[in-house]
Design a protein around this ligand. Sequence first.
Ligand SMILES: C[S@@+](CC[C@H](N)C(=O)[O-])C[C@H]1O[C@@H](n2cnc3c(N)ncnc32)[C@H](O)[C@@H]1O
Length: 370
Amino acid sequence: MSPRKSPRNDAIFHISTGRDKAGLDVKYIDSLKGRGVFTTTHFTKGEFVLEYRGELINFLESNRRHQIYHHNMKGFLFSFIWHGKLWTIDAARDDGTLGRLVNDDHINPNCKMKRIIVEGKPHLCLFALRDITPGEEVTYHYGDADCPWRSKGTKCGSDANNNGLESGATSGDVTEWTQHSQQKSASHIEVTESGVEADSNGLESDGASRDDHHCTQHSQHESTFFNLVTESGVEADSNGLESDGASGDDHHCPQHSQHESTFFNLVTESGVEADSNGLESDGASGDDHHCTQHSQHESTFFNLVTESGVEGTKSSTSSFYRRAQATVQESRRQPFAKVQNSTCSCPGQHKLLHLFKILQTHAAVHGTTS
Ligand SMILES: C[S@@+](CC[C@H](N)C(=O)[O-])C[C@H]1O[C@@H](n2cnc3c(N)ncnc32)[C@H](O)[C@@H]1O
């Protein structure tokens, strides 16, 4: 009998073959929820369940599609941060795979979205948070969003709230996967051999992250940023940092007292702003330019995020934030305004809305154009 694959290698195998796992089926639930994915077999806690497959697109393209897609289609845009830039998996095209049909459960989800890098590209995969019995709906927490169905009192995949948590269940999930990540540290070689590198802590990494090895001493703020990403349901390592290349950055970057590297990479990707040296960043390889001379603005950026209700930090009342808030009010007519004002209908979208707002605000406050 061949040894059982580790969950991560199982995910990599299914990513590579482009096939869904056996033991899952799609069912129509009702007119509100539409379809959902149900198990036909037992899944063990920690097991890989499904990949959220789709087209990987960058910030600009994601923004464009958010503006042209019908509301229903926006529900298939899953946005996340990778290497300090915003990316989206667009699963709007019905390719017959099941990951795109998994519904939200913000109270008692049975799966967690994690990111796995294969051949230099991020893939979003669902892993079981607990044992899942046959016939259960597969669900995950889309994020701390104003998803309309949550306020309508719709029962999610699991009717019972076993842990007594309400919408704060996400942080519990992080703990869960922190432990899991530690266990997975042992799979360093296994993961590496599977084509996904692992850093010295055994955390997931990818080729691009090697560019970041020039950097050292990332500060606490950056951790906050990656906690933000973590809270969106992507991944947490034992420090609560993303356990891919991005978290590896934290171990290596010289003189990052604040977050500007990440911020400016993100902004550059959006075409809004170059970094503090005026250098464009063309992806992870460009990250090297950002490892020094970070300014005060980075810190305020994260305070801004904090004030937007995404993450809590100590200093959330900076003058930058007050100016930024005023600018947001004034800038409603700009292109992102439509997106800012929409409500969340999809996994990760609320983060995208915040980021759109922040990018727009930053561009306005600093006199740059989008
Ligand atoms: C990625 S799709 C999931 C598949 C979708 N149910 C379908 O039939 O195509 C996300 C959309 O599903 C719906 N949805 C997801 N979770 C839900 C929930 N707990 N209650 C009601 N609708 C939900 C929302 O319309 C959301 O925009």
